[in-house]
Design a protein around this ligand. Structure first.
Ligand code: CUA
Length: 354
């Protein structure tokens, strides 16, 4: 008797612990799947709640029947042994057919959603997503083929067809407010439909373990009205100016030309004039293109892991350039041993790349 009471208390305590764990899930978390911002995420949300309520009704019915049976037919003194039954064809058919019908009810909308969510409509705007350790690159083939990093800008209320691949290992693109997860696979192309119905910033994350700094590989989508999107895209096709001799930006530009061009491309206005002999159009290693590093929508860097909350853009940038692997373990951007003056100069120049 004491033992069973002890185990009851223990069981309730465990249940309380499990339930209190649910409290740890932040309601307003950036990666919540319960706040769909467009039709594709909405479709997943609807499916989730449909399955949830079906499962809840089944749970209540089955557990209810179990409890009623346990109470009504429990053993009592002087109770006769109940009639023993072996097999009942009718019952067995019923409890096979009912689950089959339930599974079919869940499977039909699920399977059709799985296909719908990954087959873009013909007029959707294509954005290519390329996964790198540990950042996302975005290319816009329909707007002149420019490339940007970390922040994907999309027009609000329009379908965007993310056409995705990876340059190195498996990654997974996941912006929960816009759609579910989808793999980025080297040598293959996968497709994901995205749409935001209101302007704003939508955060996501790489959802496949892809190495040391997987936890710092964030995805960020910025949705803006169509005219602003067009203006942004037009800006992205503009080349970066070469800073004039003696200007404050020139010093940083020279540091960049000396140290950074193996990995970072910048599309300069006069790449053939000889001023930019060091600047490669195709870097040896693929780091983010820095032509519009300081664009008004591109407010994060280092795989959108920086700046951290409460940290200024400049402070974060300084910390990053001074020792990248210190910020992102395993980072392919090395500690170049730049002096503080050189770092400040590079930042001044970077911030002129609007
Ligand atoms: Cu990329 Cu995890």
């Amino acid at each position: 008797m004491r033992r069973s009471r002890l185990s009851t208390v223990g069981g309730i305590g465990l249940l309380a612990l499990v339930l209190s764990g649910c409290q740890l899930v932040e309601i307003d978390s950036a990666l919540t799947t319960f706040e769909p911002a467009g039709p594709f995420a909405q479709r997943i949300d609807d499916l989730f709640w449909m399955v949830f309520w079906i499962a809840t009704v089944i749970f209540v019915l089955v557990q209810g029947a179990l409890v009623v049976t346990m109470i009504l037919f429990r053993d009592r003194p002087n109770r006769k042994e109940p009639k023993q039954i072996h097999g009942n064809a009718k019952l067995e058919v019923v409890w096979t057919v009912i689950p089959a019908v339930i599974l079919a009810t869940v499977a039909v909308p699920t399977v059709s959603a799985v296909f719908d969510l990954t087959e873009c409509s013909d007029d959707a705007m294509v954005v290519e997503v390329i996964g790198h350790q540990w950042w996302f690159e975005y290319r816009y083939p329909e707007q002149g083929g420019f490339t940007t990093a970390n922040t994907m800008v999309i027009p609000t209320g329009e379908e965007v067809c993310a056409t995705m691949t990876s340059e190195d290992v498996l990654h997974n693109f996941w912006v929960p407010a816009l759609n579910g997860k989808r793999y980025l696979i080297p040598g293959q192309t996968t497709v994901l439909r995205l749409q935001a119905d209101s302007d704003g910033e939508y955060w996501g994350h790489c959802a496949e373990f892809c190495g040391l700094s997987h936890s710092l590989m964030r995805a960020r989508v910025h949705s803006v009205p169509r005219p602003e999107f067009d203006a942004w895209a037009a800006r992205q096709t503009e080349p970066a100016p070469v800073p004039e001799e003696g200007s404050p930006e020139r010093e940083g530009y020279e540091v960049f030309a000396q140290y950074c061009t193996q990995c970072h491309a910048v599309d300069f206005a006069d790449n053939d004039s000889g001023v930019n002999d060091n600047i490669l159009e195709e870097p040896v290693f693929n780091g983010p293109n820095l032509t519009h590093f300081a664009d008004e929508y591109r407010t994060t860097f280092a795989g959108s892991a920086l700046p951290e909350e409460g940290e200024s853009f400049d402070d974060a940038l300084k910390r990053w350039i001074a020792n990248p692997p210190n910020v992102k373990p395993g980072s392919f951007m090395p500690d170049l041993g730049l002096t503080e003056a050189e770092i400040d100069a590079v930042i001044t120049w970077l911030k002129s790349n609007k």
